[in-house]
Design a protein around this ligand. Structure first.
Ligand SMILES: C[S@@+](CC[C@H](N)C(=O)[O-])C[C@H]1O[C@@H](n2cnc3c(N)ncnc32)[C@H](O)[C@@H]1O
Length: 537
């Protein structure tokens, strides 16, 4: 049955929908064209909904294809992370004694005349000069406490001077009541609110609670933006409404201009909630949930957290303690609210049981060993994997963590790079990449940066294996050709996943390398076909 509604321009009955958002109707193409100037700023493939448990969230108004853009927006406010070494308050980049150039008016560090005059720097500059003070910062190798107040101060400036932006910031969740019970709230009260109000003589202008609310808004809605070293924090309007899921369907990245860019990481159906992952998707369930409860003030009960096997990956489980048994110890649940009833872990093969405390002790012990391990060493990582494979299931988060590091360091330790590693290490790299990409596909299919990086490393191992096959004379030639084609296929996939990453970050650089390598592969493959026309037929 066709849907009828009113034309957004003339209010007559209309059947045609805007193809971008599927939410606005038009009676004719002409009226759609007339309305585009107004509608384009609200044309998104989602609508904002509300729920008593989630608060506001976004629901898809049409099917969204994998890779399709969902949203791109500039921040409402950005500033240094709360604990940061001195950074330029114009552009956000890290400073040292040579690159720092105190602002002539207020003394806050900037890196150039341009940054001194940048509108970004106006808030702290105007508050400082208004009280006739000057800031002096001359220690650059440690976090500087004065920076804690910059982002909340910028919020205050917006509240006082930019009502349109403040209206949007003001609607965001700050979880002040929940935060009041935390140590962090007390620290913010002392180091941010008290400091700001007394240093900038704001006692009559704003209350502690107001400043603590700014801190809450930034904590709950802030995104760490890795475009600079160190990263900065930014709060976006619509992006703040994405719900969290430990298996999200959207992928988040940033443009060089500091905009957030959200794309569909998997195909999304009309009516699906749009989700991003607020935490590290490769952490175990207890760690992810704890992190979310501490920073975002909710206990996640998403389908992944509700399934103790995490979709059959056993990422947070243990191996059965019995030597002769190759089963997995699985807890009854990771999301119990009843703290008084102990959780039992049961082996899925022999039914042997341990309690939660014992399980936690084992995990903590392995965690301590991992902390002490040299993560840049191939041999230490290999030893760790070998030893702990007897205690932890194949995909356990600690083993996964080591594998992720290992796929990058195999070859990096040597001057010759991958061409210098042994055949065994090369095949190990390939096997680990395959294992990791299968795991990420199940747990975090929308994490394009992660998957793109793994596939990039996978292509590198395959290409090197192919290159070594050319040493086997004619016999190896056919192998070389098919291996290079396989490497090209994987690299094309990696490049597709990394194509939105800005050059400022590692994955953006990998994308550039991937494009270059793909062009080279084309040439090598074409030359090979030309030279081996007869053999290949
Ligand atoms: C960045 S905001 C998201 C927008 C928010 N719902 C609102 O109304 O403004 C983060 C907050 O949303 C809520 N939230 C997001 N995802 C959630 C989830 N999966 N389960 C429960 N609460 C969630 C929590 O209150 C969290 O602190």
């Amino acid at each position: 049955m066709s849907e009828f509604s009113k034309c957004a321009v003339c209010q007559k009955s209309a059947e045609q929908k805007c193809g971008g958002c599927f939410s606005v109707f038009y009676c004719s193409k002409e009226h759609q064209i007339t309305d585009w100037k107004t509608h384009r700023k609200d044309c998104f493939p989602f609508k904002i909904c509300e729920d008593p448990h989630l608060g506001r969230y976004l629901k898809a108004t049409k099917p969204i294809k994998k890779g399709e853009k969902v949203l791109q927006e500039l921040p409402l406010v950005w500033g240094p992370l709360q604990h940061t070494k001195p950074v330029c308050l114009g552009c956000g980049k890290g400073l040292n004694s040579q690159t720092c150039r105190p602002c002539e008016k207020c003394g806050w560090p900037v890196c150039s005349e341009r940054c001194e005059k940048s509108s970004n720097h106006i808030p702290e500059c105007s508050f400082t000069t208004a009280v006739g003070k000057r800031i002096t910062i001359d220690v650059f190798d440690a976090p500087h406490p004065s920076y804690q107040c910059i982002t909340p101060l910028r919020c205050l400036y917006i509240k006082q001077n930019m009502p349109d932006i403040w209206e949007k910031l003001d609607r965001l969740k700050s979880h002040c009541e929940e935060r009041k019970k935390t140590e962090k709230y007390e620290q913010d009260k002392y180091f941010v609110a008290n400091f700001l109000r007394s240093f900038f003589q704001l006692e009559e202008v704003c209350t502690d609670e107001e400043i603590l609310r700014f801190c809450g808004i930034v904590t709950v809605n802030g995104h760490e933006v890795p475009l600079k070293k160190p990263p900065f924090v930014a709060v976006y309007e619509k992006t703040s409404m994405f719900e969290h899921s430990c298996k999200a369907n959207c992928c988040k990245t940033f443009t060089a201009k500091g905009e957030v860019l959200i794309t569909a990481g998997v195909p999304i159906e009309k009516g699906d909630h749009l989700t991003i992952c607020y935490t590290d998707p490769l952490w175990g369930t207890p760690n992810r949930r704890y992190h979310l409860s501490e920073s975002k003030f909710f206990w996640c009960v998403c389908p992944r957290c509700s399934d103790p096997t995490e979709f059959g990956t056993y990422l947070s489980c243990l191996r059965c303690k019995l030597k002769e048994c190759d089963g997995i110890l699985i807890p009854e649940t990771f999301i119990s609210e009843n703290v008084t009833t102990p959780i039992i872990w049961t082996c899925n093969a022999c039914n042997m049981q341990i309690d939660d405390e014992e399980a936690q002790n084992i995990v903590e012990h392995v965690g301590r060993d991992l902390q002490a391990m040299d993560k840049d060493s191939t041999s230490a990582s290999k030893k760790f994997l070998e030893y702990y494979s007897n205690i932890l299931p194949t995909n356990h988060f600690y083993l996964t963590d080591v594998r992720l590091a290992l796929i990058e360091i195999i070859g990096m330790e040597l001057e010759e790079g991958l061409s210098g590693v042994s055949d065994d290490d090369l095949h190990l790299k390939l096997q680990l990449c395959k294992q990791l990409s299968s795991l990420v596909q199940i747990l975090a299919p929308a994490e394009n940066r992660l998957m793109g990086t793994i596939l990039f490393e996978q292509h590198a191992a395959i290409a090197e294996i192919g290159r070594r096959r050319t040493n086997f004379g004619e016999e190896g030639q056919g192998d070389f050709y098919s291996t290079l084609q396989e490497a090209k296929r994987i690299l094309t996939e990696a490049a597709t996943l990394l194509k939105n990453e800005p050059e400022e970050i590692r994955e953006g650089k990998l994308y550039k390398q991937a494009k270059f390598a793909l062009d080279n592969m084309e040439i090598i493959l074409a030359n090979f076909v030309r030279a081996n026309k007869e053999t290949l037929i």
